[in-house]
Design a protein around this ligand. Sequence first.
Ligand code: 13P
Length: 259
Amino acid sequence: MTVPRKVVAGNWKMNHGPEEAREFPLGLNIGDNVTAHVLLFPPALALAGLRAGLESAGLAQRVHLGVQNVHAEDSGAFTGEISAPMAAAAGARYVLVGHSERRHVFGETDGDTLQKVAAVLRSGLTPVLCVGEKLGEREADRVEEVILRQLDAVLGSDTIRSKVASGDAPFLLAYEPVWAIGTGRTATPDDASAAHQALRNHLVERLGSSVGRAVPILYGGSVKPDNAGELMEAPEVDGVLVGGASLDPDGFSRIIQAA
Ligand code: 13P
């Protein structure tokens, strides 16, 4: 695994176009003392602008880029979609797969996430697989069942599992409880740790101890500058995936500094 632990990732969702993306790096404050591995997932149309802005600000080596979604096929008659090879050619290294909005707003299934992770790995990109339970599932005490099912939908594939277990294909996981996304209601560090511990045990079981322990598990859901530090200190929380608070370069910089 080449991805260092303590990852701070920003998912802009459908916010910030090319011009805003180009200007964003001017407001970032990533000093030499910062050790976090920083990732940004702008809208695909803003990737080139963000890349240019990072280069002018001298931050191209400090902030790594990804896209929020890809289609499972490499090319074809799929109006409105983008593919993993295109994302790679545009400078992306990471791809979010199975984000809760993809699952619950756009109806993506576990089967879709499997196909998409396969496409991402085929293109030499790194998937960030997102898992998380809905409020009703938490209240029914089904957190582990849901998140481990979502993880197994991908690691159940012999091809993917052996590729990741060999250590050749970096893989990241993000635990994002659906009830905490965009609601201002954050999981407590204890709740996050409990879910991450279940995921960690499962990763070790499926991938072996060395790779299973090295896969970074990020927490996402209403992470802000004032709660990021305590969440990242919680056992098994290797970083954060930030939505709304990543849109403001100053706030995002404060989260990076808290890592
Ligand atoms: P918020 O930080 O806005 O709750 O979004 C979290 C998220 O979905 C990141 O992928």
